[in-house]
Ligand binder design. Structure first.
Ligand SMILES: [Fe+2]
Ligand SMILES: [Fe+2]
Length: 454
């Protein structure tokens, strides 16, 4: 059976991981090690019949296998994360395996791969490796410039925002709606996600109190697709999920604006707002007619305030469970709402704290496995967080380190003297002397994180 390049890459990484792990605990002559090396060798040889080399490249937190980008998926997370962080610590940009490689060479390499960088380098030059080549990363490969090639992703985000605004405003004013526009928005976002997941997630930190509903809907769509990608949904499902995320609050167009944006609601008004889940179904029928994507969108709109433990609204039968996509949107919706300024919540929650709330409510409000995957996606301090460092500087989180969820890359935005600066980028997983003291409110320092991403 022919498998895809991505599957071959996933398999290769997991055979490699098994071997390195075995070598960490056993002697090289041990049976477990020997059989892991044999398996990896056979796999390498089977791939090398079709291609001339096997090349693993690590570039800006992405791992490529013969130029195919591998994804961090929940079932393969441990192996890819391990190899990624190994390559990063050893500062290896590319690792190439050539035909003719033997089991002995594989074993020899795996025994030095576990070492500290200095000893690894010495051993690698000392021992002759004829069928394994290395290229080392430069500083530029390691520390990305802030969204250097993110122009296209940015354009996609703002075009999607405009499209979504048009769609909702037309519904509000009972004007005809362009049905294909929502599809176009989703596919362009999906391409942006495949092209630069981190760049798109950084843009999803954009909040706008005046246009809360549009930004919120778009951010929920993006976060949902990114989370869906982590649990390995295929492209078609991701498109359905993304649409459902974009349209989850569409029913709000039927709620009078004076209630929608009121600071203190009476019980009666609150009950009215809750009806947006039901109204959403009706609005989606209006724009999508009854195609497959529309059907999923309707179910999600109806279920997106259903909790994992059976509570939430609208009321339901005890044994009725929300569909997977509704559970995903439930999490992304809650996270984006908590971290957005609103009329009744001008200072939103710290992103880090919002994740802790999700974590605290896994099992009750949220699906625990999905919450875990969501935190793996965003890290402990999500992009856009501001961190006080022990150097008395303030760093803005601009990217996650996949292998170190609590040690992101930050850009220094406030220096030791308390001045706003366009400072250096620091990889907290590599700079041993710099530690995080605590996350802080960006407002306290007059910072709007999103402005650094656009
Ligand atoms: Fe909602
Ligand atoms: Fe929402």
């Amino acid at each position: 059976m022919k498998i895809s390049l991505r599957e071959a890459g996933d398999n290769f990484i997991s055979f490699f991981y098994t071997l390195i792990k075995a070598v960490q605990v056993h002697d090289l002559r041990n049976d477990v090690v020997q059989s892991a090396a044999q398996k990896l060798l056979e796999y390498i040889n089977s791939i090398l019949t079709a291609t001339s080399t096997i090349e693993i490249v690590r570039y800006r937190d992405y791992i490529f296998f013969n130029k195919q980008r591998l994804r961090f998926k929940i079932d393969r997370f441990a192996s890819l994360q391990f190899i990624d962080s190994k390559l990063r610590v050893l500062k290896i940009k590319s690792l190439t395996f050539l035909p003719g490689i033997s089991k002995e060479e594989i074993l020899k390499f795996s025994s030095i791969f576990k070492l500290e960088r200095d000893i690894f380098l010495k051993q690698f030059t000392l021992e002759k490796f004829n069928h394994i080549q290395l290229e080392f990363a430069t500083r530029d490969d390691e520390i990305p410039e802030l969204l250097k090639d993110g122009e296209r992703v940015k354009r996609t985000y703002f075009r999607a925002l405009k499209g979504l605004r048009n769609l909702m405003q037309n519904l509000w004013t009972n004007r005809p709606v362009d049905v294909i526009s929502s599809r176009r928005i989703v596919y362009s976002l999906l391409n942006a996600l495949f092209q630069d997941e981190y760049g798109l997630l950084a843009l999803a930190t954009l909040k706008n109190i005046d246009e809360y509903t549009f930004n919120h809907s778009l951010n929920v769509g993006i976060l949902s697709m990114a989370l869906g990608q982590r649990i390995d949904l295929n492209r078609k499902s991701l498109a359905q999920l993304g649409t459902a995320g974009l349209l989850h609050d569409l029913g709000k167009v039927d709620i009078p604006k004076e209630i929608m944006y009121k600071v203190e609601l009476s019980n009666e008004e609150w009950e009215k707002i809750k009806l947006h889940s039901v109204y959403g179904v009706k609005e989606i029928v209006r724009i999508r007619e009854l195609d497959e994507i529309g059907m999923v969108g309707m179910v999600v709109a109806y279920q997106h305030h259903w909790n994992y433990d059976g509570t939430g609204y609208p009321a339901r039968e005890k044994d009725e469970k929300p569909m997977l996509f509704a559970k995903i949107v439930r999490i992304c919706d809650a996270y984006d709402a908590m971290t957005s300024p609103r009329t009744y919540q001008p200072i939103p929650y710290l992103r880090h704290y919002a994740l802790r709330i999700l974590w605290a409510h896994k099992h009750t409000w949220f699906d625990p496995i999905l919450v875990k995957a969501f935190i793996q996606l965003l890290g402990v301090y999500p992009v856009g967080s501001c961190l006080e460092l022990n150097s008395r500087e303030i760093g803005l989180v601009i990217r996650q380190n996949v292998g170190y969820l609590d040690l992101p890359l930050v850009k220094i935005v406030i220096n030791k003297q308390g001045e706003n600066v366009d400072g250096a980028t620091v990889d907290l997983s590599l700079e041993k002397g710099i530690n995080i003291v605590r996350p802080v409110f960006p407002q306290q320092y007059g910072i709007n994180p999103a402005t650094y991403f656009v």
